[in-house]
Design a protein around this ligand. Structure first.
Ligand code: FES
Length: 182
């Protein structure tokens, strides 16, 4: 709460100075504010409402309508477990439960240390790798609950090293692990 009150205004002032007086500014302002702060704290929304001369209720309406906006702090790593049909029938639900238990958060929650946010998605577009999850930009496929926990542990231990793998799909199923040295 105190963090929300003491948000650093410079970034928001810069964003608003580009858009003030422009019609249709709200969505890009919210996107850039979220990029700057990681989420949309209440004082940021209040400041946007004041500068764009919009009711705060309207801004909350937009922010809650679009899934891309977040009103609560998010973790450094975003873990998205797929619960689409292909992943569901291959154990996606168990993976989500294991991760939730291990991280100590419900799906949709963020760990107290703000390292991880756990989310579910309907399909990652990687059904051939089911069950799958994405951590930041990297897809991990043919998971078991244990393999999913191992992935999370790697991010916990070696965040910088794992981050360099972003964007690559990784099949970490049993067949692919045979050829691994690590
Ligand atoms: S259902 Fe999980 S990737 Fe498509």
């Amino acid at each position: 709460m105190s963090e929300e009150r003491s948000f650093e205004r410079t970034a928001l002032d810069e964003i608003l100075s580009h858009y003030e007086g422009q019609p249709g500014a709200l969505i890009p302002v919210l996107q850039q504010a979220q990029d700057a702060y990681g989420y949309l704290p209440r004082p940021v929304i209040a400041a946007i409402a004041e500068r764009l001369r919009l009711p705060a209720a309207r801004i909350y309406g937009v922010a809650t309508f679009y899934a891309q906006f977040h009103l609560k702090p998010r973790g450094r790593h975003i873990v998205r477990v797929c619960l689409g049909t292909a992943c569901h029938v291959r154990g996606g639900e168990r993976i989500a439960e294991q991760l939730a238990e291990s991280l100590g958060v419900a799906v949709g929650g963020t760990t107290e240390d703000r390292l991880f946010t756990l989310e579910k998605v309907a399909c990652l577009g990687a059904c051939g790798l089911a069950p799958a999850m994405v951590v930041d930009g990297t897809t991990y496929g043919r998971l078991t609950p244990k393999a999913a926990l191992n992935v999370i542990e790697r991010y916990r231990r070696e965040p910088a090293e794992v981050a360099t793998q972003g964007g690559q799909a990784q099949d970490i199923g049993p067949s692919s692990q045979r050829g691994r040295s690590a």
